[in-house]
Design a binder for this molecule. Sequence first.
Ligand code: HPA
Ligand code: ZN
Length: 335
Amino acid sequence: MTTRLQSLPKIELHLHIEGTLEPEMMFALSKKNNIPLPYKSIEEVKEAYNFHNLQSFLDLYYAGASVLVGREDFFSLTWAYLLKCKENNVVHTEIFFDPQTHTQRGVNLEDVIGGISDAMKKADEELGISSYLIACILRHLSQEEGIETLKSLIPYKDKIIAIGLDSSEVGHPPSKFKTLFSLAKQEGFLLVAHAGEEGDSGYIWEALELGVSRIDHGVRCTEDAKLVQYLKQKHIPLTVCPLSNLKLKVFKHPSEHNLVELLRQGLCVTINSDDPSYFGGYMNDNFRLIVENFDLSEEEMVDLSVNAIKASFLPQNKKEKLMQQVQNFKNVTKS
Ligand code: HPA
Ligand code: ZN
């Protein structure tokens, strides 16, 4: 199964580029940019990654992101992630970034988007990996600040496919950003939002009211049978992140995760890595956790990639090409 898992073409739809910052690069950039970190060694960083909830993770995630300053830093970060995609046989990825995490520190938006986009272009040309960029609004900040950020993103419309919503969920429901999401839609951006990670199922209904194409996480939907039926009937994808959910104690044990239950009920669920450097694994590790704990069949494993192709923002012709790659994988005789 492990070799089959490796060779399955994978599509990632929930990945924060700031969450791919490995401790080694964090230390190197801290030194290069003369930005102090609250850790003495790489080992100390790793020991600190012992989270009890979303906020305890976010505090370290924002501290880590403070070492990213110049265009070349954003390039190096993104290139390193795209090399991981190659290793994990991820053939298409839709990458989140948090503009406010950087602009609030005085970093130029041009350098953030430029550095990330340069690496995405290089990966397309040299690794055959396609990608899109999604700008997430920080929900712990005000809607007004978010709208200012949205306005600053308009000149980069050709580089950004969608607007998302992330950061501290509880107390910051999707309805707080109604005007912002309506403006983003008018500007032609697609929409996604984190909902139902720590927030209850009501947050998912609210995200749907914003007009999102996908729900990021969404695992708390199982608290509401009507919502589960709605997500199924409307084919609304959930971008689920198993290792993240375990590290942040959304589920206590892998066997308690509801991804497979939702998959077997016919929902469009997908597997993703969220913040792989902080949560202990990239795409193959997230797939392996589910495949091993639920005795997933090869067909079900393939369904997860098929769901992700359908849920992606790729045009129909590109989706068909990826479907063909998955079909080719299925046709290879098992050894
Ligand atoms: N949830 C909310 N905000 C985030 C996450 C997450 O999993 N990762 C980075 N920002
Ligand atoms: Zn996330």
